[in-house]
Design a protein around this ligand. Structure first.
Ligand SMILES: C[S@@+](CC[C@H](N)C(=O)[O-])C[C@H]1O[C@@H](n2cnc3c(N)ncnc32)[C@H](O)[C@@H]1O
Length: 312
């Protein structure tokens, strides 16, 4: 099956890394291998370590980049990127020159009717990026208590009706388990007041996003991984991150801002030059968005934002 994922901000994200041909790089989100391919083109004696937790992405790229893998130029790692430091240490890597993140799910995951990510296809409620993981959307929807459901819906979906949706889920699952995406869509539609149902896109969009983030602990994994990535950077090393929704973007923005701000000066003490400077600098004061041309040909690009940071 062809892996039909159109890479967003391909050149911009890699340009921010300013690749050294002999350097050590990480693609934290291999997917269809778009960013990986771009980095590989620029490496001579350097090495790229590419992570994905999804078996489909791993299999596809193992074939696509068989020559680079055989030559030792590319190492594919089938792990969650929250294990960044330990997974790289397994290969003797303790410092890197650049890391790229292109977050979320790929079009292949989203459009695979069997994976349960989309409200457009009827499937078992799954939503796992990592097929080896135990927790699925079905467990969350059927077993998590009302308060947890409400927290997930309001925090990760910024849903307008978290209480109503959580209540409706609770009522339905008392009678019979909620097994499929379409059953969940119907319950969400039932819970949302009629006038609101017609506004702001598909009524289940926000709730599906919320459950997907919870199943994959996307924000937790990102925070853990970025904390490690910042420490792994060598001097002049860079990170570029593409986000697709406001919660992720806020997290990246805050972490980068904190790292690139000078520590507070102790009152009254003499300060030596350079003593109280931040160790990192922002490469993007404002996030970079895709061009109107890119947005016109790829609707996934519409919400994308790219941020970068450099270790001094
Ligand atoms: C948007 S796609 C990346 C597309 C890729 N940059 C390209 O050009 O084809 C995101 C990929 O990252 C993977 N992914 C997301 N979160 C992950 C995590 N915490 N650990 C490992 N892989 C993750 C997903 O499985 C998916 O394949």
């Amino acid at each position: 099956m062809p892996f039909e994922h159109v890479t967003v901000l391909l050149h911009e994200a890699i340009a921010l890394l300013d690749i050294k041909p002999e350097g050590t790089y990480v693609d934290a989100t291999l997917g269809g291998g778009g960013h990986t391919g771009e980095i590989l083109k620029q490496l001579t004696t350097g090495t790229l370590y590419s992570f994905d937790q999804d078996d489909t992405a791993i299999q596809y790229n193992a074939e696509q980049y068989a020559d680079e893998i055989a030559a030792g130029k590319l190492v594919i790692i089938h792990k969650n990127f929250r294990t960044l430091t330990s997974a790289l240490a397994d290969y003797g890597v303790t410092a890197v020159d650049g890391i790229v993140y292109d977050l979320g799910v790929s079009s292949v995951q989203f459009d695979d009717g069997q994976r349960g990510f989309s409200y457009k296809y009827d499937a078992e409620l799954d939503m796992r990026m990592d097929q080896r993981q135990a927790l699925t959307a079905k467990t969350i929807v059927n077993e998590w208590p009302f308060n947890e459901l409400m927290r997930v819906l309001s925090r990760y979906g910024e849903d307008r009706f978290p209480k109503q949706i959580a209540r409706k889920i609770e009522q339905h699952r008392e009678n019979a388990p909620i097994n499929t995406t379409f059953e969940l869509v119907d319950i969400i539609k039932e819970a949302i007041p009629a006038p609101a149902r017609r506004k702001g896109g598909h009524p289940a969009k926000r709730s599906f996003q919320a459950f997907r983030i919870a199943v994959n602990d996307e924000l937790g994994a990102l925070e853990d991984s970025l904390t490690q990535a910042l420490e792994l950077l060598a001097t002049d090393g860079k990170i570029s991150v593409i986000t697709f929704q406001s919660l992720e973007d806020r997290l990246v923005k805050q972490m980068f801002r904190e790292k690139s701000s000078a520590p507070e000066l102790p009152a009254g003490l003499p300060v030596l030059p350079g003593q109280f400077e931040a160790d990192y600098e922002l490469l993007t004061r404002k996030p970079i968005s895709p061009s109107t041309e890119e947005m016109a040909i790829n609707h996934r690009a519409e919400s994308a934002k790219l941020r970068g940071i450099r270790r001094k």
